[in-house]
Design a protein around this ligand. Structure first.
Ligand code: HEC
Length: 240
């Protein structure tokens, strides 16, 4: 890839090095069929993380070496813009279909769910985790209730909640995506294994209808929940 094109596409120096490396690989590996003269490689290449940086550099290098490049990345708008720039430079490239690369959150969710599933397969260890989670709740119970059922306005109940959702919320508080004075400070000091133990403990607690304390309000709230909230939460009141 020429330096001018790298500048035009705003590809940083490190990316240029990645691009040169991939160009090198393409040139060395492609068998030369016509007496050492380079022929188009005639292949489709899939490059992930291709909307910027090293990924974009590699996509350009492969396209320059004759490949048709399918560019994939999580942010679709940025990806389409980068693919358009690569095509504008006279190269053969297209953005991968929207949604073909999972978002960070979806990947994290999948990893978490797998971890929780594997924990659940060992019954003894699973029980031990729940007990160890309970031992960490001396602070939490002041706000979230002794059994994970909150009696304080503005404080959510945690009982019977989806454990993957609970871990995700800790992580959101810890990395600042979600903010609440006490929760942000608490989550920041928790490691993943504490989060998982706490989440498994709260998920194991029952949330009976009597817990709401206001059955009449609960009856009126049900239909409102189903009408307004099931876009993001499922019918079991869990996050999707
Ligand atoms: C001083 C009160 C307080 C304490 C102590 C506290 N929390 Fe919270 N927690 C809150 C409030 C308030 C929220 C809701 C914040 C918001 O609206 O974003 C919350 C939210 C959460 C959430 C997100 C729930 C959801 O439905 O999205 C989780 C999970 C959670 N707390 C777990 C814990 C755990 C575990 C502990 C103990 C280690 C704890 N909290 C201690 C007040 C507290």
């Amino acid at each position: 890839m020429s330096k001018a094109l790298a500048r035009e596409l705003d590809v940083p120096v490190l990316a240029l090095a990645g691009a040169l490396a991939s160009e090198f690989v393409v040139r060395c590996w492609r068998p030369s069929s016509s007496g050492g003269k380079r022929a188009p490689i005639g292949r489709r290449a899939l490059v992930t993380g291709a909307s910027r940086g090293i990924g974009l550099g590699c996509a350009v290098a492969l396209a320059e070496a004759g490949a048709h490049v399918v560019m994939a990345a999580r942010g679709h708008e940025a990806l389409e813009a980068s693919a358009a720039e690569v095509r504008a430079a006279g190269l053969s490239a297209e953005p991968a279909a929207r949604g073909s690369v999972p978002a960070d959150g979806e990947l994290r969710r999948e990893v978490l769910e797998r971890k929780l599933d594997s924990l659940a397969r060992n019954e003894d260890r699973f029980r031990r985790y729940i007990l160890e989670g309970e031992l960490r709740t001396s602070l939490c119970r002041h706000c979230h209730g002794a059994e994970g059922v909150s009696r304080r306005p503005g404080v959510p109940s945690l009982a019977a909640q989806d454990p993957a959702y609970l871990v995700e919320q800790f992580e959101r508080f810890a990395d600042g995506e979600r903010e609440e004075f006490v929760m942000s400070g608490l989550a920041d000091g928790l490691g993943e294994s504490d989060m998982i133990r706490l989440a498994l403990y709260y998920a194991s607690l029952p949330l009976g209808p009597e817990a709401s304390g206001e059955p009449e309000l609960a009856d009126r709230g049900g239909p409102i929940y189903r009408r307004l909230c099931t876009g993001c939460n499922d019918h079991q009141w869990c996050g999707r």
